[in-house]
Ligand binder design. Structure first.
Ligand code: ZN
Length: 143
């Protein structure tokens, strides 16, 4: 898989506790996984202990396409930690279930070129041996 991107600025990393540990480690093999309810098929994100639709606790991580559309975004220009650069914070709706939205960064795109509704695809930034942060790039761009 070539959907891994170079490390960006240092950042506070997520803790690997349940039920979300799988989400942060899933990208090691280049695949995005979300928690899915086994009885009703609903994807829930962020991960939680029970399905918001049918209240089942039979949930398991399932691989998804990693494709979606940009629902909304903002561009950060403020170097909050003194090392930050300009970056795009995006809200991505996933192809499998549009009401599942990931708060993420858009990479490999100039902020002026970002548009609501643009097709995007997942890439991963491997920040250490365990954690791969899911980010998104324009589905038309190839690294
Ligand atoms: Zn359910």
């Amino acid at each position: 898989m070539t959907n891994h991107v170079p490390r960006s600025v240092p950042r506070v990393l997520p803790t690997l506790d349940e039920p979300s540990a799988f989400f942060w480690t899933s990208g090691a093999d280049g695949r995005l996984r979300l928690l899915r309810c086994s009885p009703c098929g609903y994807f829930l994100h962020p991960p939680g202990p029970l399905c918001p639709r049918c209240h089942s606790r039979e949930l398991a991580p399932v691989e998804v396409s990693g494709r979606g559309t940009l629902h909304s975004f903002t561009v950060n220009f403020q170097p909050w930690d003194g090392v930050g650069d300009t970056y795009v914070l995006g809200l991505v709706s996933l192809e499998e279930q549009p009401d599942v939205r990931l708060t993420t960064n858009l990479v490999d795109v100039e902020p002026d070129a970002v548009r609501i509704g643009m097709p995007v695809e997942v890439v991963f930034e491997d920040v250490n041996d365990e954690i791969s942060l899911p980010k998104f790039r324009s589905a038309g761009s190839k690294a």
